[in-house]
Write a protein that binds this ligand. Structure first.
Ligand SMILES: [Zn+2]
Length: 309
C-alpha cells in the first residue's frame, strides 16, 4: 500500500524532549537545527534551477533577520540527526520582508508542491502548519477566557489564570472519506469549492457521539441518498490544512439510484474503470479530473482501479 503523504516514518517527534526546557532552548541555538517557517498559514518556497524547494533556515540565517529574539517556535522533532523547529514568521519584519521580495520567494499553500517535495521536509512543513494554526486558534482559554501561553515545546497551550491553569492540547478533526462502489463502477461527486472539473470521493466530518461507520453512512445518505454496506477501513491521511485527519474507507452501495442533495454537492456520477482511466464521462462535457495525488481520495481511487489488474 502506498504511504500517506505528509506523514514520513523517518520523523521522531521526541515527545520526551517537550518537558525539558533547557534542552529545547539549546536546540534553538544548535548548528544541526533547521527552522521550518510558517507564514500566515502558508509556507515559503524557492525555484532553484526549475526545482521547487521549501525554504528551511538555519540558526545563523534567522539570527540575521531577527538579532534580538527569533519569535514563537515549536519543537517539531528529529530526522536524520537534524532537529526541526517550526517558527512563525508572520509578524511583519522589514528586513525579512525585503529578503522575501529580493529572492523572489514563493509564498504558497504546501499542497500545491507537496507531492514533489522531499518526504521529510513536506511532513515537517505540514506538522508546523497544523501546530501554528492550532496555537493561533487557542490563544485564549476555552474554560475561563484568560490568555493561554505556549509550553512543552509548543504542544500545550496553558491558561495563564492561576485559578484555572487548564492545559489545552492540539486538536485534529476526524473526517471520513469513502469510495462507494456498485459492482464495476464507483461514485464520485464534486463540491462547488473544488477546482474546475474535479470529481472526488465523498467526505464529511465525524460528529460527537458518532462512530466512523455511522458518520460514513450518514454523510453518504445526506449527499447522494444511497445506503451502503460492507464498510471497510483503508488507511488514513493527516490533512492539517488546517486541522483534519482523513480516515479512508471503501463501501458498497445497496443500489445505484442517487438522490443528490444539491445544497451539499454540485454533482455526482457513477464512473466505470475505463472512464476513470480516460478521464472522460458521457455526462461531463470536456472530461474531468481526479483528486490531487497527495490526497487519500486519489489513493482510494487508484487502489480500486488497481484491484482489477
Ligand atoms: Zn482558563
Amino acid at each position: 500500500m502506498t504511504q500517506p503523504f505528509y506523514a514520513s516514518s523517518a520523523i521522531n517527534r521526541h515527545g520526551d524532549y517537550r518537558n525539558n526546557d533547557r534542552l529545547l532552548n539549546s536546540i534553538t541555538t544548535e548548528k544541526n537545527t533547521k527552522f521550518v517557517p510558517y507564514y500566515n498559514g502558508k509556507n515559503l518556497f524557492m525555484n532553484i534551477n526549475e526545482n521547487i524547494n521549501p525554504i528551511i533556515f538555519n540558526q545563523e540565517q534567522l539570527h540575521d533577520f531577527f538579532p534580538d529574539k527569533i519569535g514563537n517556535t515549536i519543537f517539531l522533532g528529529v530526522a536524520n540527526t537534524l532537529n526541526y523547529v517550526g517558527i512563525d514568521l508572520s509578524t511583519p519584519n522589514q528586513k525579512f520582508d525585503f529578503w522575501l521580495k529580493e529572492n523572489n520567494v514563493i509564498i504558497d499553500d504546501l499542497r500545491k508542491y507537496g507531492p514533489i517535495l522531499d518526504d521529510i521536509e513536506a511532513s515537517f512543513l505540514a506538522l508546523s502548519n497544523g501546530m501554528f494554526f492550532w496555537q493561533k486558534t487557542h490563544k485564549f482559554c476555552g474554560s475561563c477566557g484568560f490568555q493561554n501561553y505556549s509550553t512543552e515545546g509548543g504542544f500545550v497551550m496553558k491558561c495563564s489564570n492561576d485559578k484555572c491553569g487548564k492545559s489545552h492540547f492540539p486538536r485534529t478533526d476526524p473526517a471520513i472519506i469513502t469510495l462507494i462502489s456498485f459492482h464495476d463502477k464507483v461514485l464520485l461527486g464534486r463540491s462547488p469549492r473544488f477546482p474546475d472539473c474535479m470529481y472526488s470521493t465523498l467526505a464529511g466530518f465525524v460528529e460527537p457521539g458518532e462512530s466512523l461507520e455511522q458518520a460514513l453512512e450518514r454523510e453518504v445518505f445526506e449527499e447522494v441518498g444511497i445506503k451502503v454496506k460492507n464498510i471497510k477501513y483503508f488507511n488514513s491521511q493527516p490533512w492539517p490544512f488546517p486541522a483534519s485527519l482523513m480516515l479512508g474507507f471503501f463501501a458498497e452501495a445497496i443500489n445505484d439510484q442517487m438522490t443528490i442533495d444539491y445544497d451539499e454537492i454540485e454533482d455526482a456520477q457513477w464512473f466505470s474503470i475505463n472512464e476513470l482511466k480516460s478521464l472522460q464521462h458521457p455526462s461531463i462535457k470536456g472530461g474531468f479530473k481526479l483528486p490531487r495525488v497527495d490526497s487519500i481520495a486519489r489513493r482510494l481511487v487508484d487502489t480500486w482501479i488497481n484491484s482489477f489488474n
